[in-house]
Write a protein that binds this ligand. Sequence first.
Ligand SMILES: [Zn+2]
Length: 251
Amino acid sequence: VIDLHCHLDLYPEPAAVARECETRGVYVLSVTNTPSAWDGTAALAEGSPRIRTALGLHPALARERRAELPLFDRLLPLTRYVGEVGLDGSPELRGSWDDQIAVFLHVLQACSAAGGRAMTIHSRRAASPVLDMLEKHADAGTAILHWFSGSPAELRRAINVGCWFSVGPAMLCSAKGRAMAAAIPRSRVLTESDGPFAQARGRPLYPWDVATAIEALASLWGVDARQAEDQLARNLRSLIIAEQGFSEEGV
Ligand SMILES: [Zn+2]
């Protein structure tokens, strides 16, 4: 089971969740919303080789935490994973749009200068501007659009731009989300919980709840859960290879 976008540090008992992931053998990309959360969040992964920590600055915090960009730059050499980053075009965040653009641009330029990173990207109500910026910074690394909710045309464009997609139980419980997931090439799909923000039946999702997303994908793909899990494991391997700059054929 692979959870490529989880806010491990925001559970009430983060250390217990990290231990449970280790016990269950769940691979977790533990994202941060601010550079200042890096130290505490990275500490949760100590002794857990399946947990990797991503360095982020969430678009909803772009205005209040923009001053942490120098800290982002100092920490970037410590990790191959960046997130949560991106843009959010929701009406309540309109006032911070210029800060969001400045922060995401800085992140993409820093990733390019560092040789590329795997980036887990938020694009709520902002898929087109996110894709515009990714196109201009193709050497920033591998973009994984998390919980994508753009239009079908934006989805086609994202596929053409080379994006990957992480889908979770919350996305796959709506018909729109399932239609979106069905339209993504199988080789570019990964799974996520987005816990504890994302919820199911009134409680926060945990990384191991990704199992329900695997079942949903299996039924979309017309395969059994085991085959879907194998596909997702192959995808994670090829993502890691792509992110390291090797061609899939060359390894
Ligand atoms: Zn998130």
